[in-house]
Design a protein around this ligand. Structure first.
Ligand SMILES: Nc1ncnc2c1ncn2[C@@H]1O[C@H](COP(=O)(O)OP(=O)(O)OP(=O)(O)O)[C@@H](O)[C@H]1O
Length: 255
């Protein structure tokens, strides 16, 4: 379980202090998907970079299964980072264009199991590809030989390979065709059920977030303005900003 307690992240710039994240507290329980929603610049990426231990928090506490992460040594942080994996909007961000799918996934598996032999690595690569719906016969291909949706499936397999405790998916479907979007959302939902995965799903689109998430946190100006179950936030929003976001959701998605 991930617990954030009053996280702040301030950047000191020539123009003054930017309070990118300003007192955010939230919990992601095991096997649940938290949708983090808000418009560009509200602090979603900064918050996820803090959770990933890519940048230090200014203040606050981040605990994974009760262990405080903000005070770990650099060496410990490197190891802990395996517990958090990201899926990005553009799969090229996580896929090396010069590496085959097999090499990409085997390398990610080795991060967790450095001594694994080739036979066992191959077995695990085939299993990962099966999990995300890619045929094993494609494993010697390169990322450019796949469609956008297939690439995102491979990026999801790449994120699963080090056996993370939590996946942060940052706008993972917003660059895909609408027809492909629902396939990837259904895959994420299925993985969450089959693997009991915990996930933070970041999006500016409250409709997409409601489709996938168990709980929703709405962020505005570095703060959380509303949190609750997906249905409560979607059908019974309390905050004016959430209501404004909802007005941007096509009526058809709201039933
Ligand atoms: N390294 C940095 N130095 C200074 N300011 C920063 C830095 N990183 C982010 N910010 C500022 O912090 C605020 C939050 O940015 P952030 O990228 O977290 O928002 P976001 O909600 O993820 O936006 P987007 O959806 O466009 O990625 C913005 O005002 C941004 O300009």
């Amino acid at each position: 379980m991930l617990e954030l307690d009053i996280i702040t992240k301030h950047f000191h710039t020539k123009q003054g202090i930017v309070r990118a994240v300003n007192g955010v507290s939230l919990t992601v329980d095991d096997g649940r998907i938290l949708g983090l929603v808000g418009e560009s610049g509200c602090g979603k990426s900064t918050l996820s970079r803090c959770i990933m231990q890519l940048i230090p928090v200014t203040s606050g506490s981040i605990k994974l299964n009760g262990e405080e992460l903000t005070t770990l040594s650099k060496a410990a942080i490197r190891h802990r980072r395996l517990d958090f994996q990201m899926v990005f909007q553009d799969p090229y961000a996580s896929l090396n264009p010069r590496m085959t799918v097999f090499a990409t996934l085997a390398e990610a598996i080795k991060q967790r199991h450095p001594k694994i032999d080739k036979q066992e690595a191959t077995r695990r690569v085939i299993k990962l590809l099966d999990t995300v719906g890619i045929a094993a016969r494609h494993m010697q291909k390169y990322p450019h030989e796949f469609s956008g949706g297939q690439r995102q499936r491979i990026a999801i397999a790449r994120a699963l390979a080090p056996e993370p405790k939590l996946i942060i998916a940052d706008e993972p479907v917003s660059a895909l065709d609408v027809s492909i979007q629902s396939q990837i959302l259904n895959l994420l939902r299925q993985l969450q059920r089959d693997l009991n995965l915990s996930m933070i799903f970041i999006s500016h689109d409250l409709g997409v977030v409601h489709y996938l998430a168990d709980d929703i946190a709405v962020m505005y100006g570095g703060k959380l303005v509303e949190t609750g179950t997906a249905d409560d936030v979607f059908y019974r929003p309390q905050n004016d900003y959430t209501k404004k976001l909802l007005n941007a959701v096509p009526k058809i998605a709201r039933k």
